[in-house]
Design a protein around this ligand. Structure first.
Ligand SMILES: Nc1ncnc2c1ncn2[C@@H]1O[C@H](COP(=O)(O)OP(=O)(O)O)[C@@H](O)[C@H]1O
Ligand SMILES: [Mg+2]
Length: 211
């Protein structure tokens, strides 16, 4: 069993959006997936309750129960556990990072979001798990290459010395529309651009995690 932690000290960067999409993507890829929601706001849990399919499985838990629940998940032979976390709790983000095999840090490419990465970078620098910053809600790519703001964000993020995923995720209505009735973009518009971006992100994470 491998554990993917999704952390960011800032709210609204896309932790839940990416957690649920990656959980569905991994499930479609044939893995037995558990989504673990330790954010008291419980947005992933609300999404899951709207969902018709019981897969991927989801457990809502307190952050201080994380170690115990991961132990139980190991006994139940999941292939992958994805942990969606709350912002503003450095203790829980830190515990999650410590218990994860790989950590992703979603951020928007805007300057205030990039500045906020500092607090999260401190957390992942203390652990041995691999990690990657994921640029989310970016302007969609143009015909030739990435939009300027995404290139600039990559440049600005160099100061933290953390890897930045080559797979950026764009701001697309499908990412919020799909969630309304408990789906993910792969189930909402499988051939769409949003779905292709998640597939690409999932492929890079799979590689990073040796899955
Ligand atoms: N790539 C995206 N495209 C469109 N909307 C997005 C995208 N990522 C996040 N959002 C929207 O931004 C808001 C915050 O995202 P969310 O995943 O809840 O962030 P977090 O869990 O980090 O607080 C939500 O309304 C979500 O639908
Ligand atoms: Mg969230």
């Amino acid at each position: 069993m491998k554990t993917l932690g999704v952390i960011a000290q800032k709210g609204g960067t896309g932790k839940t959006t990416l957690s649920v999409h990656l959980a569905v993507q991994a499930m479609l890829d044939g893995l037995r997936v558990l989504l673990l929601d330790i954010d008291p706001q419980a947005s992933a849990t609300a999404w899951w309750k709207r969902r018709r399919d019981a897969q991927p499985e989801l457990i809502q838990a307190r952050g201080d129960a994380l170690a115990r629940i991961l132990e139980q998940a190991r006994a139940r032979a999941y292939d992958l556990v994805i942990v969606d976390t709350a912002p503003h709790s450095s203790a829980e983000s830190s515990t999650c990072a410590r218990l994860s095999d790989h950590v992703i840090i979603p951020t928007r490419p805007a300057i205030l979001d990039l500045d906020a990465i500092g607090a999260t970078a401190v957390i992942v620098n203390e652990i041995s798990a691999s990690c990657a910053i994921v640029l989310n809600a970016c302007p969609p790519p143009k015909l030739f290459g990435e939009p300027h703001i995404v290139t600039e964000a990559r440049e600005a993020l160099k100061q933290y010395g953390l890897p930045v995923s080559a797979a950026a995720v764009s701001q697309r209505a499908a990412f919020s529309h799909a969630l309304i009735d408990g789906r993910a973009v792969a189930e909402f518009d499988a051939a769409g651009k949003a779905s292709r971006e998640i597939t690409r992100l999932w492929e890079t994470i799979k590689q990073d995690m040796g899955l």
